[in-house]
Design a protein around this ligand. Structure first.
Ligand code: CP3
Length: 358
């Protein structure tokens, strides 16, 4: 790139290449050389090289070692040739960093020692300072240096999904304690999600300031709510998070599972890209989300366990439904599963690139 254009954009050549990547172009709804692909939970999970470097190191501890975070984040980029990297961490890392006693149990998920149920419990949820997560700043810096033209996606858990772990004390299928607080103690609930929005916004800001070029807000379990409840009890806190990072101008992705009825509201909350699970075809999702936003998704992850011909056929269906979209980032409808064959994922990336090459 010429010196003059560098002066015009204020970006280095490397930053310019990232800015011009297929992934960021699709997020901005600009023309792309091919449909970009990445996979939620691509870092870790099904990769033998991940299991090897993680051996004997607990999940949360591995998130606090910058060299290890860098290596794990790069593994799927090297192996699959995906169009974006996602930072290796977890949605509960900022909660751990402010002193919440929690752990990630293998095969279970986050487990909180003392669930948050009362007003006094809220005092434990102090704001996050960048100095609470120096390992995040360090790892993102190392990664952006290593990734070259491949963009890095930062992420955080949305207030509702984080609240569900804090209140239930672990994973839940019914969210009974969470909903009991939401409906029964709405003021306490509002204060809880307000505090979480501050923590979440700070966690995203740390990643963007260190060099992440897009962010995804995971409201994985928001699909447990009806639209009216989502709008009233959840959307204001998530909207605050999106507002808090708007000034950076990086694309903001908003994703949840089983959120077919919420897609319009999840866009309205302030997302630039709305993630769609496999239950709603992308052309229908585009109608629900409305104009001015890109979509991300939405191959059923379980399809990856079928023979290659079936994977290709289902992928063709996703691409056909995406043909009229303003911007499309190919992804699974939810995360990579541990038992998936890594080669099937590599093939899927190649297949989408070939089918969409323009
Ligand atoms: O996407 C990526 O590869 C980046 C890393 C990432 C992890 N967790 C690493 C992880 C991301 C983006 C997350 C987000 C996350 N964590 C979400 C939202 C995404 C989604 O799937 O909806 C949620 C709900 C969590 C909470 C959580 N952490 C769960 C449910 C689990 C799985 C528990 C299990 O073992 O089944 C975790 C643990 C976790 N987070 C693992 C990884 C790689 C597995 C830990 C291991 O390998 O031992």
């Amino acid at each position: 790139m010429s010196e003059r254009s560098q002066q015009q954009t204020g970006r280095t050549a490397a930053q310019e290449a990232v800015h011009d990547s297929a992934f960021l172009r699709a997020c901005r709804r600009e023309p792309v050389p091919h449909t970009p692909v990445w996979f939620m939970r691509q870092a870790g999970r099904s990769l033998p090289e991940y299991r090897k470097v993680r051996e004997g190191i607990p999940m949360l501890e591995s998130c606090m070692r910058p060299e290890l975070v860098t290596e794990i984040t790069l593994q799927p980029v090297r192996r699959h040739g995906v169009d974006a990297a996602i930072f290796f961490s977890d949605i509960v890392v900022p909660l751990k960093a402010i002193g919440i006693d929690l752990d990630i149990k293998p095969g279970v998920g986050p487990v909180v020692a003392d669930p948050v149920r009362t007003r006094a419990d809220l005092e434990r949820l102090r704001p996050l300072d960048p100095s609470d997560v120096p390992y995040v700043t360090e790892a993102v810096g190392m990664l952006t240096a290593e990734l070259g033209a491949t963009p890095l996606i930062g992420f955080a858990g949305a207030p509702f999904t984080l609240a569900s772990y804090l209140i239930e004390g672990g994973p839940s299928r019914t969210y009974e304690n969470t909903k009991a607080m939401m409906y029964g103690a709405p003021e306490l609930w509002a204060e809880l999600v307000e505090r979480l929005s501050v923590i979440t916004a700070a966690f995203l800001r740390v990643q963007i300031e260190a060099g992440a070029s897009a962010v995804q807000l995971f409201d994985s379990w928001a699909g447990a709510l009806a639209p009216a409840e989502y709008r009233r009890y959840v959307m204001p806190a998530s909207a605050k998070v999106f507002d808090a990072v708007a000034e950076y101008g990086v694309p903001r992705i908003h994703f949840g599972v089983g959120t077919g009825e919420l897609l319009g509201l999840m866009g309205e909350a302030g997302a630039d890209v709305v993630g769609v699970d496999w239950r709603v075809p992308l052309d229908e999702a585009a109608k629900r989300v409305g104009p001015g936003k890109a979509l991300q998704g939405n191959l059923d992850p379980a399809v990856l366990f079928a023979p290659r011909e079936a994977v290709e056929a289902k992928t063709d269906e996703v691409l056909a439904a995406a043909a009229g979209l303003e911007g499309h980032v190919f992804n699974l409808g939810h995360g990579v599963m541990p038992a998936m064959d890594p080669d099937a994922l590599t093939h899927l990336v190649q297949y989408v690139h070939e089918r969409t090459a323009r």
